[in-house]
Write a protein that binds this ligand. Structure first.
Ligand code: HEC
Ligand code: HEC
Ligand code: HEC
Ligand code: HEC
Length: 208
């Protein structure tokens, strides 16, 4: 065979290869969405999970609006739970007649003002093991976000969607988020202003 034939044969092989491969892809996927659809047919979601990163903390699953996610369980974390261990009789029988406080010395309410809020806004002495809504409905201690949601609708809406608060575990499912009382003390929810962790030593010198 002479060189000319060689070139023709090689050219023909390349040409048919390229036509063949082009045709092959063209037939398989008409568009990029077809390609994504076809190639994800055997894909059953991610196999990555955040479950291993949640640690030993006990979680409960909740559904608020269209969101279902995990939040930390509370009752086992509340020191004086179950309340009915002591609150088995009416408050006036528990309270001393001299006005000396006999319990909960560490709780001083600093939330809204006294006309708006007192202990019975959230606790019902007839049903101490649960929280109570403004209209007298029972709210489980594990779902105290329902209590806060009555007045703080904006933060509650943001929290549902994940814009207020903090996600725990990792980015992979299942979603787990801190609940309001993990960050805010319901009795004094305000965060105190803090000094920066690192002092500006120059300013300190100047002040002296
Ligand atoms: C170790 C016993 C004990 C436990 C447990 C306990 N309480 Fe009390 N609680 C008391 C006593 C005693 C009083 C009366 C305090 C006083 O002298 O004013 C009281 C008073 C209260 C009052 C009224 C306070 C006021 O100033 O009017 C509320 C509200 C209350 N408790 C909520 C709770 C809740 C909620 C729990 C559970 C999370 C709980 N308590 C668990 C002993 C207890
Ligand atoms: C804004 C609603 C609200 C008000 C008002 C309120 N509480 Fe509470 N209280 C809560 C919530 C929510 C919890 C549970 C917090 C948690 O999950 O740690 C709680 C927990 C407690 C506990 C258990 C704390 C522990 O760690 O053992 C006691 C006791 C208590 N409240 C007493 C009182 C008393 C007394 C008052 C009034 C001086 C009061 N609360 C006012 C919402 C409220
Ligand atoms: C009955 C209505 C009511 C309920 C229930 C309620 N709050 Fe409040 N909260 C208020 C009011 C009123 C203020 C004061 C608003 C202001 O000063 O602008 C306030 C203030 C706050 C603040 C801001 C404090 C500051 O000054 O920075 C936080 C945080 C907060 N609440 C968290 C909570 C959480 C968490 C819960 C649920 C455990 C809750 N609240 C339940 C009415 C409520
Ligand atoms: C991961 C912690 C975290 C969680 C969970 C969380 N918050 Fe907050 N919240 C914050 C921080 C931080 C601020 C800002 C405080 C500041 O600016 O001083 C804040 C601010 C607020 C304020 C005051 C807003 C203002 O503009 O002054 C309210 C009210 C509030 N949160 C309510 C809630 C409620 C209700 C929930 C639950 C549905 C919740 N938070 C859950 C950390 C949290």
């Amino acid at each position: 065979m002479d060189n000319k034939n060689y070139i023709i044969i090689i050219a023909t092989v390349f040409l048919s290869m390229s036509i063949f491969s082009c045709k092959h892809h063209g037939e398989e996927y008409h568009s990029i969405t077809d390609k994504i659809e076809a190639e994800s047919k055997n894909y059953h979601g991610t196999s990555i999970s955040s479950e291993g990163h949640l640690g030993d903390e006990k979680m409960i699953e909740i559904t608020v609006g269209e969101h279902t996610f995990l939040i930390p369980e509370r009752k086992s974390q509340i020191k004086s739970f179950a309340c009915t261990e002591c609150h088995s009789k009416p408050l006036n029988e528990l309270q001393s007649s001299e006005g000396i406080k006999k319990a909960h010395w560490d709780i001083a309410l600093n939330h809204a003002d006294q006309n708006t809020m007192n202990c019975t806004t959230c606790h019902n002495e007839k049903k101490m093991n649960d929280l109570t809504s403004l209209t007298g409905h029972t709210i489980d201690f594990n779902k105290s976000y329902q209590l806060c949601a009555q007045c703080h609708t904006k933060q509650f809406d943001d929290w549902q969607g994940g814009a207020h608060g903090k996600r725990i575990g990792g980015w992979a499912p299942p979603r787990a988020s801190m609940t309001c009382v993990n960050c805010h003390n319901p009795h004094k929810p305000h965060f105190e202003s803090k000094w920066p962790a690192r002092f500006n030593t120059q300013k300190v010198k100047e002040r002296e």
